[in-house]
Design a protein around this ligand. Structure first.
Ligand code: PGA
Length: 262
């Protein structure tokens, strides 16, 4: 762990769009121009995690705005013979403030294990990028009563390695069964897991007031208010609804505005 990582930040409100493998130059331009032009309250930070080839375009369109740029993955390696991989240092050159690590689609489709996710988060921190570490249980795991154990293991892998840097990371609880399904977790279900994450973090010596935890999984303008109204939820990681400016902005508008260390 090198000493160049992002400044420590306290718990805050944040809404991040995860574009996944969507977009083209023209659509990106319209979307980002609409986001930049929209008036917003100062209480909520916003980010967009775009596909790698569009980092340069998004960086240019977001220049001077308060919307942060992010990527959707980074390599667990610093550099070398890793064809197709993108390093955190490269992302830093494009002014990425955030990078998603351990998204469930990466875990499921690319075999990313907990240790790899933790290593990716460490590479991001090394380069001054805030990793957004995603955790979440599958539907089968929830039905089998394994939610707490699964989230606990995913979390422990990251916090065992990086617990002392927790204030410089963001966590995202994304139940796999809720992602892209149109069926979000209920506010009570999300609150319960967010509270679990906070109490688990305490066991790693992390002050929960320093922890920013987003909920993700079918967040839309209709359910954002209730989800974000839960006191353990600090904002959202938004997939499908982040591709439409009006929907994304409505979700941002529903984000809580609480004092940074509440
Ligand atoms: P969704 O995706 O909002 O489309 O469910 C969320 C995510 O996968 O980050």
């Amino acid at each position: 762990m090198q000493g160049t990582a992002a400044d420590a930040t306290a718990r805050r409100t944040l809404v991040v769009g995860n574009w996944k493998m969507h977009g083209d130059l023209q659509a990106n331009r319209s979307l980002l121009q609409a986001l930049v032009a929209a008036p917003r309250s100062a209480g909520c930070e916003i980010g967009v995690c775009v596909p790698f080839p569009y980092l340069a375009q998004a960086r240019e369109l977001l220049a001077g705005s308060a919307i942060a740029l992010g990527a959707q993955d980074c390599s667990m390696h610093q550099q070398g013979a890793y064809t197709g991989e993108v390093s955190a240092r490269m992302l830093r050159e494009f002014d990425c403030r955030y990078v998603l690590v351990g998204h469930s689609e990466r875990r499921a489709l690319h075999g990313e294990a907990d240790a790899m996710v933790a290593a990716k988060a460490e590479r991001a921190l090394d380069c001054g990028i805030t990793p957004i570490v995603c955790v979440g249980e599958t539907g089968a795991q929830r039905e089998a009563g394994e939610t707490d154990a699964v989230i606990g293991m995913q979390l422990d892998a990251v916090l065992n390695l990086l617990g002392s840097h927790a204030s410089r990371m963001v966590l995202a609880y994304e139940p796999v069964w809720a992602i892209g399904s149109g069926r979000s977790a209920s506010a009570a279900q999300a609150q319960q897991v967010h509270a679990l994450i906070r109490s688990r973090a305490v066991h790693h010596g992390v002050d929960p007031r320093e922890l920013t935890i987003l909920y993700g999984g079918s967040v839309n303008p209709g359910n954002a208010g209730e989800l974000f109204g839960q006191d353990a939820i600090d904002g959202g990681l938004v997939g499908g609804a982040s591709l439409k400016a009006a929907d994304f902005l409505a979700i941002v508008a529903a984000a809580p505005s609480r004092s940074p260390t509440a």
